[in-house]
Design a protein around this ligand. Structure first.
Ligand SMILES: [Fe+2]
Length: 160
């Protein structure tokens, strides 16, 4: 059972628990995405090596920002953030990033798939947070999904 903390925030306990649960699942996804980005950053090879090496690390940097914002929203709601690799391995809902690939087109395709999947999950989380009456968390997810869409464009532009 996740830990809870008292807070004077003007949101009910049930509401905060439901939002914190939602935040923790997307937290696991975002950490998974950040690690996939490093996997691509390190292993990519091909004619556009340097630009892709840098692009994938930019995605990692962005994902680390999403991770921090999602985790700290859970804490602000009096909840707990679970972000160890063991928890993430169990909780992430993203399709596993392929570990054996090197070719730039393979990494671009895999990263596009990962970003698109995460973007879809975050967009669904906007509606879920809205339904739970938490416009602030919905806004957090809205900002993240806009960013995800931008990086998906950057990645897909290399394939088009
Ligand atoms: Fe590096």
């Amino acid at each position: 059972m996740a830990k809870r903390y008292e807070t004077k925030i003007d949101m009910g306990k049930k509401q905060r628990e439901a939002v914190t649960k939602l935040l923790n699942v997307r937290l696991a996804d975002a950490i998974d995405l950040s690690l996939a980005g490093k996997q691509a950053h390190w292993n990519v090879k091909g004619p556009n090596f340097l630009s892709l090496h840098e692009l994938f690390d930019k995605i990692v940097g962005a994902a680390q920002g999403w991770v921090d914002d999602i985790a700290e929203r859970a804490i602000a709601l009096g909840g707990h953030a679970s972000g160890t690799v063991q928890v993430v391995a169990k909780s992430s809902t993203l399709k596993a990033y392929p570990v054996g690939i090197t070719a730039s087109t393979d990494h671009l395709e895999a990263m596009a798939t990962t970003l698109a999947q995460f973007g879809k999950l975050v967009r669904a989380a906007i509606d879920e947070a809205d339904k739970l009456g938490d416009a602030d968390t919905a806004d957090l997810f809205t900002g993240i999904s806009t960013d995800v869409d931008k990086y998906l464009w950057f990645v897909e532009a290399h394939l088009q």
